[in-house]
Design a binder for this molecule. Structure first.
Ligand code: ADP
Ligand code: MG
Length: 252
């Protein structure tokens, strides 16, 4: 498989602070790649640079060979690099299923043919959106609560719904910022399965995460940041035995 994302010399300064310092790595198509590192290492900043929420001071991000740095986040999302949605973008008054259908519709309207011919094909679209929404809901274990209002969902289900909404926009790369934060052991195990299920549908996953056991279980490869710099890259086994990584985490 080729590289779907290429991150080259990526640097972000905030005044005198270099939050991300000359970081380069590639994300292979179809893999799950995790970025880890101690607090303040630059993970979230890197993430925002990839999603184009921030403009790099130097360096660039390429998606399928095209430079995406400097494009607006919604353009990048439409190209297929999608951040999971925050809970605030969930329509709490609507059902779980309707939230996913709406995300499909927004995606369809964002493409020009969908925009011009939308009214002609509305009926077929509706059936197709419904089928596709049900598939996604099943993948994320939400099918049994699909008719409940999003308003009444517990935290774990809301996260899953956020992922469902992200998936409905048909991403090529899904960016997950700390998908396991605040989850207990069982919730994490389920969420890890979910993320694997999403990848098995052909979506490449780039995630930032603190939960080391979960990262070790889920990732094909791991990139480690410390003080804004990449200090290691490799498989979970390689990373577990890497001296620089052990030092960074233990603070020796
Ligand atoms: P992580 O996600 O790994 O904890 P961050 O990317 O959030 O790290 O932060 C990296 C460094 O950049 C930290 O020192 C943080 O205080 C700083 N930083 C992050 N965002 C900003 C900002 N908008 N303005 C100034 N400093 C920032
Ligand atoms: Mg962070």
């Amino acid at each position: 498989m080729g590289d779907i994302l290429q991150i080259s010399g990526l640097t972000k300064r905030f005044g005198g602070l270099v939050a991300v310092n000359n970081v380069s790595f590639s994300v292979h198509e179809g893999e799950i790649l995790a970025v880890i590192g101690p607090n303040g290492a630059g993970k979230s900043t890197l993430f925002k640079l990839v999603a184009s929420f921030l403009r790099p001071t130097a360096g660039e991000v390429r998606f399928q060979g095209k430079r995406i740095s400097g494009l607006s986040p919604h353009v990048v999302a439409r190209m297929g690099v999608v951040r999971t949605f925050q809970e605030t973008t969930i329509f709490k008054g609507m059902t779980v299923r309707d939230n996913v259908i709406i995300a499909h519709q927004l995606r369809a309207r964002a493409s020009l043919p969908g925009f011009y011919f939308g009214s002609l094909t509305a009926r077929e679209d509706e059936a197709e959106f419904g089928r596709s929404a049900d598939e996604i809901l099943e993948l994320l274990g939400l099918e049994r609560i699909r008719d409940e209002p999003a308003l009444s969902l517990p935290h774990g289900h809301l996260r899953a719904l956020g992922m469902a909404i992200g998936l409905a926009t048909r991403p090529k790369v899904l960016l997950l910022d700390e998908p396991f934060a605040g989850m207990n052991h069982d919730e994490t195990v389920r969420a890890v399965d979910m993320v694997r299920g999403v990848r098995n549908r052909g979506v490449t996953i780039l995630l930032v995460e603190h939960d080391m056991p979960a990262v070790m279980r889920i990732s094909d490869r791991i990139v480690v940041l410390n003080f804004g710099e990449k200090i290691a890259e490799g498989t979970p086994t390689e990373i577990r035995h890497n001296h620089k990584v052990i030092e960074a985490y233990l603070g020796i």
